[in-house]
Design a protein around this ligand. Structure first.
Ligand SMILES: C[S@@+](CC[C@H](N)C(=O)[O-])C[C@H]1O[C@@H](n2cnc3c(N)ncnc32)[C@H](O)[C@@H]1O
Length: 268
């Protein structure tokens, strides 16, 4: 099979991949037949999942604007995904062109497409990295070249921690990520959570993901709180993403209970 021009060398097109499945769900075209077929199985199992992807993306945009409104000008977006509409650098650099953004993803398609769209943008970078190895991300010279860790940084972990198993210790990952950041830094996250009346649909989705290299799991509000550890939750706390600072200028969204969102701050 001949690969499209944007496909990085060595890309595995035989198994579905979380980044490319999400890209398909958002209407993107950086995906392969195996991803589209898998996404269609997810949609058949839980038709509401497409809306989840769009709602999550809207949450990301609101979080970035909210943080920018509090003066944050440095963003480390881990599990950033394949660039699509409303990317972090577009949102924040529209507010301040000097704002810095580093995208990190474990997926080669996400990284190579990120690098392509950032060519010519001196204040943003995209690189490969694994959230399970936070020290390596923070030590990366491309991160250090963009971000001044002596000033506040917002770490974005949006729709990625549910791909990290308990065995990899999400609370420890967040602790390690924030330990060397300046006080006044933030962590923002969204996370798949169980909803009683969607138990069957959620089960089907997790079973499907179990057949891919990246399984997915729900976590409770308490487990999400534990991931954020000693960071201070900003209002309104850990809530369904649609309830996190809804924007009166955007069309009202149906409540999305399957994904929790939160922003927390490193105390000064
Ligand atoms: C559902 S997408 C979310 C993209 C974006 N953050 C958003 O919310 O729109 C999840 C992303 O996490 C990435 N990912 C999964 N496990 C990861 C890991 N261990 N380290 C870094 N990225 C990871 C996937 O490749 C994918 O791009």
């Amino acid at each position: 099979m001949s690969l499209p021009e944007w496909a990085p060398e060595g890309v595995d097109v035989s198994v579905p991949n979380a980044a490319r499945v999400y890209d398909y769900g958002l209407g993107g075209y950086h995906n392969f037949a195996v991803d589209r077929e898998f996404a269609e199985q997810l949609i058949a199992a839980w038709p509401g999942i497409l809306q989840v992807a769009h709602t999550n993306r809207a949450f990301l945009g609101r979080v970035v604007r909210w943080l920018a409104g509090r003066g944050v000008r440095q963003f480390l977006d881990i599990g950033s995904g394949i660039p699509t509409r409303g990317n972090v650098h577009e949102v924040v650099q529209a507010i301040d062109p000097q704002a810095r953004v580093v995208y990190v993803d474990v997926d080669d398609v996400a990284v190579s497409h990120g690098q392509a769209i950032l060519a010519g943008n001196p204040n943003a970078a995209a690189l490969g990295g694994d959230l399970r190895l936070p020290a390596a991300i923070l030590a990366d010279e491309r991160v250090r070249a963009q971000l001044d860790l002596d000033r506040p940084v917002a770490v974005l972990l949006v729709a990625v921690l549910h791909f990290i198993g308990d065995e990899d210790g999400p609370p420890g990952i967040v602790r390690e990520l924030t330990a060397s950041l300046a006080p006044g830094s933030y962590v923002a996250l969204s996370h798949f959570t169980a909803v009683e009346d969607l138990g069957h649909e959620h089960d089907q989705v997790t079973k499907l993901y179990d057949r891919t290299p990246t399984s997915v799991r729900t976590r409770t509000r308490e487990q999400v709180a534990a991931i954020l550890g000693d960071l201070e939750l900003v209002e309104p706390g850990i809530v369904p993403i649609t309830a996190w600072h809804p924007d009166p200028n955007e069309p009202a969204e149906a409540e999305q209970r399957s994904v929790l969102g939160a922003v927390a701050r490193k105390p000064r």
